[in-house]
Design a protein around this ligand. Sequence first.
Ligand SMILES: Cc1ncc(COP(=O)(O)O)c(C=O)c1O
Length: 396
Amino acid sequence: MSVALHTDDLAVIGAGFVHLDYAATAPCVRAAADAVTALLPSYGSVHRGTGPRSQTSTLEYERARDVIADFLGLRTGDQVVFTRNTTDALNLLARALPPGTTTVVFDGEHHANLLPWPNPLRLPAPSSPEEAVAAVDRALRDLRGPILLTVTGASNVTGEVWPIARLAEVAHRHGARVAVDAAQLAPHAPVSLAETGADWVALSGHKLYAPFGSGVLAGRADWLDAAEPYLAGGGASAAVGDRIGDVRWATGPARHEGGTPNLLGAVSLAAVCSALAESDRAALHAHEQNLLALLRDGLRRVPGVTEVSLFGADSERVGIVSVALTGRDPSQVATRLADDHGIGVRAGKFCAHPLVRRLTAETGNAGCEGGLLRISFGLGTTADDIDCLLTALTAG
Ligand SMILES: Cc1ncc(COP(=O)(O)O)c(C=O)c1O
């Protein structure tokens, strides 16, 4: 008899697809949809009004913030700012850097964590977690002034997990701060600022089973409180005088949440965070690792398919695997998988062009402009889904 891995709250909505493209956007789970349905009858304005709808909506919005703060292990004084997605969250942090801040990034980042930073110091993508820590140690040694190291929690290309706690430890030793792009880590593993020591974390609701348009930047309040508001307007302003420029801006999350917030996005994301926090994460992890082993073993047997990796075959990973294809165009293969077999995967460079170029070259496919084929999965994925993909890929 099979044992349910989780409660109905984490059941994926929608059946009949072999969806193996969770890293792009994960399906919605019941907790997110139920939270939206439950709130809609009293849906109203947040922080703008005194009526019962407004009271309930404001309460639920702030409750969502508290739930997410707990989920992300925030410390006293940390705050959760709601954004549209990870890209928005990292751009917000980039706008809040104190003058003269040096940002440090690795070449292996998603463009969302590569492009927002002004003149970043770019380090080559490392070949191991140890090399990442050593590279940061070397790079930070001679830097002065405010420094921000910003790094992914798990790669959207290889699924490999980065050594966040060790990077935070070495960065802090040099007086630097650390931001974690947890867009791909948070759907698969707990992410705690208190435990890792990282200063900020960014994530997207749509990758965390809550596709209602919200994301989060969570962490230290001081740089954010000292920065110009990200979106000038109502909500971000505490008082506005008659003369141009006579504005007293709000502090706290409101400073960067100008305009009417995305209540349903916040509440649905918090509902998923609650459901995940109450689930048996060790069992979910074990299930995911079993599927990963099945997938990687199977891929090894498919001719012309080579898994790519930065840190080596035995590195810790989440449910994301990318492969180079010899003699086949990844986008044509992805289209055929969809049209002939009803399987959704992703082909291309996954908004991580420098990393994909390097990994493709390492597999001897340097000229392969089509990039890689990526298979990614999560809640609701079964061994049958993986079998189905492997059979279709082997069929040619
Ligand atoms: C590691 C990583 N960071 C950031 C992003 C950007 O996420 P979003 O498009 O939700 O802003 C992605 C999206 O794929 C990602 O994989």
